[in-house]
Design a protein around this ligand. Sequence first.
Ligand code: 2XP
Ligand code: FE2
Length: 304
Amino acid sequence: MSAPPTAAPPGRIVAGVLAPHPPHLVYAENPPQNEPRAECGWEVLRWGYERLRRDYENKVFDVIVVHSPHWKTTQGTHVLAVPEFKGLSVDPIFPHLFRYTYDLRVDVALAEAILEEGRAAGLEMQAMRNPDFRVDYGAIISCHLSRPAWDLPIVVLSSNRAHFDFGNEVGEQLQVRLGEATRRAIEKTGRRALVLASNSLSHRHFTEEPAIPEDMSHEHIYHHGQYLWDMRVIGLMRAGKTRQLIAEMPDFIDGAISECKDGSLTWLLSALGFPEYPGELYGYGTVIGTGNAIVGWVPPVEAK
Ligand code: 2XP
Ligand code: FE2
């Protein structure tokens, strides 16, 4: 029998997770929401998510806040701000693997607080108020894998393309400010938050898919240099050297054509206040050759 839930005091990030979103992982789990069926696949990563869920099942969360690389906006950061969204999410690259029916709630009060704190920090922020908006698959997949019950409201932040339009250094600075603004909003609204960065690490894709997508005899790291980058970054996270990781991030992004270029991980580490304690590695594995790590940070609750 598991221990009863332990509630942290309100107004804090209870846990932050690097929670990558390959649609393959949902496909291989065969949840009722997803139409395609799989035989197996990518077990090491799926067992990693399973262990994360088990570790967090006794924590009390009010909300999940997720930053997704696949909601790409060019006029600043957008935040979902409608109480609920329903629809069918189809991955544009892998429509044969991910056709997922979603029905989710949004914590609009927290979304508004993030918008306000972001603006107060000088960031361009926009509320998404279209009830028919199609929620992006990156956010849906990270939330599903971290907490498949969908029993919590969520808040989704877009990735704002600043790295692509103005360079890595500019993009990084904006994500650091956005992370601080997100933390302030969580504190001010008294939420106990689970915060997710939805990106993978190295991101060189295979160009051909096997006839059976879940045939694991085809799955492997694509390129040794990409693997070395992933190991370096994972080593820094496990050693609690997140400031060093941020200092190296622009080079990592270029060297490993990393999905960190969408800003999610930098935003998360900033929201967590750049942890100096080790991140818990739940799993590492490739998906169509890309490097994916599941890493969790649980901030210590300071005595008052
Ligand atoms: O290509 C992407 O960005 C995806 N989300 C799909 C595939 C594998 C990711 O690691
Ligand atoms: Fe992606």
